[in-house]
Design a protein around this ligand. Sequence first.
Ligand code: FAD
Length: 538
Amino acid sequence: MADIEVPVFIVGGSLVGLSTAMLLGHHSIRSLAVEYHRGTAIHPRAAQTSQRTMEICRQVGLEQIVRRKSEEQFVQDGGVLAVETLVGGPIAHYIADLNEGVRDVSPTVRVFLSQDALEPQLRKRAEELGAELRFATEMVSFEQGADGVSAVIRDRDSGKTQTVRAQYMVAADGAHSRVRQRLGMRMLGHGTFSKSITIYFRAHLAPLVEDHKWAVVYVLNPQLSGFFRFEKPFEKAFLGVFTVGDPENPIMDVSTGLTEQRSLELVRTALGTDSIPFSIENIMHWEASANLAEKFRDGRVFLAGDAAHVMPPNGGFGGNTGVQDAHNLAWKLALVLKGLAGPELLSTYEKERRLVGEFTVEQAYSRYVLRTAPNMSRDGLQPVAPDLNIEMGYVYHSEAVVPEDPNDRLVHENPRESKGRPGTRAPHFWLERRGEQISTLDLFGQNFTLLAGPEGNAWTEAARHVAKPLGIDLDVHRIDENGLTDPAGGFCAAYGITPSGAVLVRPDGFVAWRDKTGDEASVERIRSVLATVLCRTK
Ligand SMILES: Cc1cc2nc3c(=O)[nH]c(=O)nc-3n(C[C@H](O)[C@H](O)[C@H](O)COP(=O)(O)OP(=O)(O)OC[C@H]3O[C@@H](n4cnc5c(N)ncnc54)[C@H](O)[C@@H]3O)c2cc1C
């Protein structure tokens, strides 16, 4: 017998491991996550947090605290632009305002909050929801069999080892995932194209930046290409450096043999002046790569986050994509572990998320080449898609969705166009419940949800009949029932249904199935839809 028995064992307790533990806890599944480091992230790294990630934070009660922390740390609605040097001012604007033109699609907003500030919040919430997190603990080996995964973990301080037995394991162990390597899964893609650095420094930058809403400032000049990110009150910042030297023929390895003198020169060059005193606090070395794991699953082991896909930071997609992996996987593991879904449901994780991973990696790569590396070939480069499509317009195709058009292979679209089509994120639309404004998104997140138009009684009644015999919790809502109203009168159009139609929304807020008219409404039909998307044999 193992020292520790737990349904899900998570390797890695950084952004994605913590998110997985938290989201499993949200579905009442116990997990153990081990993290080699002694605590949560010490470097800021990721900061750009997409609306989709914020919607997930909203689901687990973290939205307001994340927004508050973000206000303390960053100017809100900051822009993304390019300069030759900071003192020289902008030469290009990529995004004027982080939330311009996207406020209508979500009840929440994009924010900047660095990883070292976000992770403690994820940690706290994961623990509140029952996850066990062990820091300074390494997973040293694992084996999987037909019934589960056995692993050995080691406490780094005492050297004591323990055995863990779990039904499933999630490898959230980062870009150099040893789990992935041990399973012999290759990484496919563009490889590593620069050995980059991030220089964390202190300087009194307020006079230069406090009057602007600058969140990410790319630096492009004959000496270097990289980017600045500034934190309030503008006494510290970081400079990420991708390449140095002639932009037409740059040196892609900035990291090897880097001296302190050279780091000082790079910051000075990017600032564009000798007159701002600064001191370097830390230097982080990392690789800019764009790769995707050939598989996201091997038996009972699932890859999530950077273990499954690595991409350059351009666009701020890497961490967000990992959080979305965790969100997709958590409810599936929960329903399979509770015996309410067939194990085949777990195959839909790879089917859905690998395609999204591939698209997102290519989009980050295109942004890297076009924004920072004019020397790199543009042959075969995927055209840049709107950020919004990448963040929340990705489309799922798998057994966990009943498609309306079996030939539909769309990978992404503007989330305003999806209008409740199966496989897409259920749209945000403001409703009212007993006089209080509520987003449609606030109706989803825990269980499957059937949401019907005001004349959709046939569906709501059928759904209420079917949940109990199937043993599942199904939330059922109809507009104009139980105080839920649609004062703007646009709900049906937003979901592409007539007043007697209905949609079935998965716990991750994606539409599993839709009936536009209500003509098909029957207990048998909803039973068969649920059995299909849960991959149940009965
Ligand atoms: C400069 C920079 C800026 C970025 N900006 C953004 C941004 O704005 N937005 C965004 O979304 N993304 C951004 N990213 C990307 C983001 O940081 C990563 O995608 C994210 O950290 C991935 O999280 P992860 O948990 O998958 O992996 P990691 O953060 O790499 O964590 C993996 C963890 O697993 C642990 N581990 C590994 N093996 C073991 C083991 N055997 N036992 C125990 N523990 C183990 C490691 O110690 C590590 O803490 C940025 C990255 C960089 C470098």
